[in-house]
Design a binder for this molecule. Structure first.
Ligand code: EPZ
Length: 424
């Protein structure tokens, strides 16, 4: 069993290079299934979720070369000999983004059998919006034995159509956008998600020969083409990682230079941090973030992009535990994304949850304690709290962290944090 041990109370100062975005790399890897030519992906982060997607794609017959290493990897993916169109439960249950192979498999091969992802700690996370969109494009979908059995029976190809999403869904927008690139005719996605990772995926698909317009807005138009070509694409930098380390600077009252990125996709977070008293400046090499001595309270409500990212809610809550006054944090995207609250309260925070809102009353200092990670972003919020707390914090179940943060301990050590990984 591995743990992270932190001795808190130090102001961080130093440089952190930002890695490629996990939530861009995963759909980009799934897009290899849309072409038989070689896809080269640069700046792929070395994360457990990337390994899971590699295993899933290899199981379908994709050839993948290139070693994952810290600092950005180049992967070469070739899916010219797909021997299987089944994504098995043992792989899908580990990472719900596996469902992103469904659209590409249906679009190129006309059939797919993908395990239902099942829920996770932060919520039930159904895929009904993905499935209803594919049915509107002519797929026949059956749910049997925990699997999605999808086929394109009539016409042999998915048919372009107008799909109005009932709620904004990042994954459904990505799945349907990929499916529509090889469909017959034009598809219009309305109430589409606008996340930067979707823009990055669309840009990559366009380089492969797809005809896409409106990506980054709530209406995306895709005109189907016969086939897609290979591509050499660089994964966009990870805005959630940028936000996480910006909050690390703020919660410790330090100053961190975040290199290889810009703040253009993080306006809502930067506005919130500036409101709390942080100084944030953009340079050509990246962002400099200086934390305040005692943060002012800021109210946060998560919202689909460009609103405040749900993936930064837990980290912001850790920061708000030390405010002057009280902060109200409302989670509107997932139904159970406050698992970090009881753990933060064990460190002396004063947080009360009422349905989807948490009231965070500021305390003078958190106290280090043994805490348990429950999901990716909750676990990093406990690390952030440990950096600010007096004494020692031991974070267990850190496999959650390894899914989404490349070299977290190394990057924080570089900024003077007293943090290490230990194996019991
Ligand atoms: C993506 O998940 C991200 N994951 C999540 O990041 C992120 O929190 C989420 O978008 C919201 O921004 C990846 O990109 C790999 P959704 P996704 O579909 O696509 C409901 C992280 O920490 N919904 O936008 O699964 C759903 O339950 C992860 O990196 C349906 O009801 O999120 C949720 O309440 C966590 N039916 C809401 O929509 C569906 O068919 C938004 O989910 C699909 C979604």
């Amino acid at each position: 069993m591995e743990y992270i041990v932190i001795r808190g109370g130090k102001s961080l100062s130093g440089k952190i290079p930002i890695s490629g975005a996990k939530n861009a790399a995963l759909p980009l890897m799934a897009a290899t299934l849309l072409t038989k030519q070689e896809m080269v992906l640069q700046n792929v982060p070395a994360l457990d979720d990337i390994v899971s997607m590699e295993n899933l794609l290899r199981g379908l017959g994709t050839e993948i070369s290139g070693k994952l290493r810290i600092g950005g990897s180049t992967l070469k993916l070739i899916s010219d000999d797909i021997t299987d169109t089944e994504a098995p439960y043992e792989l899908v249950r580990k990472m719900r983004a596996s469902v992103l192979v469904l659209g590409p498999l249906l679009a190129r091969f006309g059939n797919a059998r993908v395990s239902l992802p099942g829920g996770c700690a932060i919520g039930n996370r159904p895929v009904d919006i993905h499935l209803s969109g594919l049915e509107q494009m002519g797929a026949t979908i059956e749910l049997k034995d925990g699997y999605i059995d999808a086929k394109v029976l009539r016409h042999k190809k998915l048919q372009g159509t107008h799909i109005a999403f009932p709620t904004v869904s990042v994954g459904a927008t990505e799945n349907l956008m990929m499916a529509a690139t090889l469909a017959e005719g034009e598809t219009e996605l309305t109430n589409a998600a606008r996340e930067p990772e979707i823009i990055d995926l669309a840009n990559c698909l366009i380089s492969m020969g797809a005809k896409i317009k409106g990506h980054g807005t709530d209406t995306i138009n895709i005109e189907g083409v016969e086939k897609l070509n290979g591509v050499d694409h660089r994964v966009v930098s990870d805005r959630i990682e940028i936000g996480t380390y910006a909050i690390a600077a703020c919660i410790t009252g330090g100053s961190i230079d975040l290199t290889g990125c810009d703040g253009s996709f993080l306006k809502s977070l930067i506005d919130a941090l500036r409101g709390s008293g942080a100084l944030i400046d953009q340079y050509d090499w990246g962002l400099r973030v200086k934390g305040p001595t005692r943060p002012k309270a800021i109210d946060i409500m998560t919202d689909p992009y460009p609103g405040f990212p749900t993936d930064l809610q837990a980290q912001m809550m850790a920061y708000m535990t030390g405010v002057n006054g009280a902060s109200m944090i409302t989670e509107t995207i997932f139904e159970n994304r406050f698992m970090h609250v009881p753990e933060l309260n064990r460190m002396g925070a004063d947080i009360n949850v009422h349905n989807s809102t948490a009231l965070v009353r500021g305390v003078s200092k958190l106290k280090g304690a043994p805490v348990m990670a429950t999901d990716l972003r909750a676990s990093v919020s406990l690390v952030l709290a440990g950096l600010a707390a007096e004494g020692e914090t031991i974070v267990s179940r850190i496999y959650h962290l390894d899914r989404g943060y490349e070299n977290l301990v190394g990057k924080l050590n570089e900024c003077g944090a007293d943090i290490k990984r230990v194996r019991s």
